[in-house]
Design a protein around this ligand. Sequence first.
Ligand SMILES: O=C(O)[C@@H](COP(=O)(O)O)OP(=O)(O)O
Length: 267
Amino acid sequence: MTPLLLVLRMSKYRLVLLRHGEGAWNKENRFCSWVDQKLSEEGVKEARDCGRLLKEQGYKFDLVFTSLLSRSIHTAWLVLEAMGQEWVPVVKSWRLNERHYGALIGLNRAEMALQHGEQRVKLWRRSYDITPPLIDESHPYYMEIYNDRRYATCDVPKENLPRAESLKEVLDRLLPYWNSTVVPEILKGKTILISGHGNSCRAILKHVEGVSDDDIANVTLPTGVPVQLELDENLKPVKPRQLLGDQAKIQAAIKKVEDQGKAKQAT
Ligand SMILES: O=C(O)[C@@H](COP(=O)(O)O)OP(=O)(O)O
């Protein structure tokens, strides 16, 4: 068998994961999570650039999945528009929402690092099974989140929606949706884009690639950069994930996200 045929046989499905373009609170270095902040100007540009890149790469999507948060939905729309593929169906679920950061929502990461130490903030952000402090009714964004009409449309009662989540808990709520709704579409041969969030995409990567609980702490995704996965017939990766685009810029963007947790007085 020629090497080309071998690759064709082994790489049966391609899937693209995307952390939405920069949001207003990414820019302000605040934990955004379930607060429905919109894309910044830069985030709109990132989403359009991502669409152009995916078009250049020859992508033709059949289906797009998003969370219920505007920044993931707008990113999907902008990507599809830049590709001239606006007709492609977009399916939304709370199960693809960003990790629920609990009582940390709205707080500035650098200030939290000053108060609690960089190590604690790193554990909150990147560890697999540490749950941040729970949000409660006294939190300034509690009502805005739980009174939002979109959360009355979920497949669980509002009272059972999370009040804070570790990455493990994100995977626990995401996996049933992945197995029941996303996987069957991949297996039909559809080319799928998941326009999600830093941590919902990390949870999918952990599951699909079998990343260990320790190693997932070293996976950070920048905004607006498509992650290409090539999978075999059992949905196992046939090669390492590829972050598409200028590699030097991508490395700089990853460092910028990691550095958001360094101690600094907010300006
Ligand atoms: O909730 C947030 O603020 C960020 C992730 O924050 P970190 O885990 O990077 O601190 O999520 P996203 O911008 O992908 O929706």
